[in-house]
Design a protein around this ligand. Sequence first.
Ligand SMILES: NC(=O)c1ccc[n+]([C@@H]2O[C@H](COP(=O)([O-])OP(=O)(O)OC[C@H]3O[C@@H](n4cnc5c(N)ncnc54)[C@H](OP(=O)(O)O)[C@@H]3O)[C@@H](O)[C@H]2O)c1
Length: 318
Amino acid sequence: MASATTDGFGHDTTTDEVLEGIDLSGKLALVTGASGGLGAETARALAARGAQVVLTARDLAKAGAAAQAIRDETGAQVEVEELELDSLASVRAFAQRFLSRHDALHLLVNNAGVMACPESKTQDGFELQFGTNHLGHFVLTNLLAPALLRAAPARIVSLSSRGHQQSPVRFDDLAFEKEPYDKWVAYGQSKTANVLFAVELERRLGGRGVHAYAVHPGVIPTDLSRHMAKEDFEHVRQRGGGKLQLKTVASGAATSVYAATAPELEGRGGLYLEDCHVAEIDDGSEARSGVRAYAVDPDAAKRLWTLSEELVGQVFDL
Ligand SMILES: NC(=O)c1ccc[n+]([C@@H]2O[C@H](COP(=O)([O-])OP(=O)(O)OC[C@H]3O[C@@H](n4cnc5c(N)ncnc54)[C@H](OP(=O)(O)O)[C@@H]3O)[C@@H](O)[C@H]2O)c1
């Protein structure tokens, strides 16, 4: 991918600024949860640089409108596909359809997610946030790995969150069977799982030219907050040190497209990024940024992979 410089990239950098000078023609990108929010903007920005994009969504009417807006603006080839990440049957059916149509996948952006929802389960009986945010993408990525390997160099970007700081993966009580359900702890462990997944993907695929990244996009007003009450906004504000430094959607999606394309990331991965930079490990109690050590721990990453295989009933020998 052509040159770009990260000089000056930061909190307010936009997708188009990150991608300036980058040519994605001939590349195929798949963005999950792309009917709105960060996913739609990520797909638009990649399409604007010449990528062919596949948008996945559970609401096809909403995604169809997002796809048409991208076609109108960029002239790019845009496909819309149904994918419910809280149903492994839907994930497997989608992967089969995708692989029957496409040999190679250059960029996979695991963007879809839910946050702080009331206690609930996926269609397969997993805690909803872990099941949707991690397990759905775990199966999807593994099933699409042959196409990523054929496209190498290729990249996998998973949307994590600073919310990962609220909990490691709770291997001894993943589904809140011992402790009462806490919607923020559940979100936190699912977002830690997104980082650990990138670490283990990198170990397994990095040597073959497929690199994996986890991203904190920032704090962006989107439909993600649909389950939040007034006191939840206060909770998020306190975690941010008493203030919410909001981003626009174009700046929120910038770190995703940075992870997907930045030339300086070529050849390395297993990294957590925020504000268009690789973040440092920070375990300080006052840490407002950075990644917790437990989220990049290689042993926890291997353990999560094995546990995820057991839960979904499928071994992925990548
Ligand atoms: N916004 C923020 O401040 C923020 C901060 C940190 C991390 N993030 C992460 O960024 C990612 C994108 O979030 P966003 O802010 O753009 O939120 P959003 O506007 O709510 O977008 C989330 C997308 O995920 C889709 N989705 C949810 N559950 C799904 C399921 N079971 N199957 C398939 N698709 C599903 C939604 O589809 P529907 O439209 O059908 O619901 C939507 O398209 C998430 O992973 C989130 O955790 C966001």
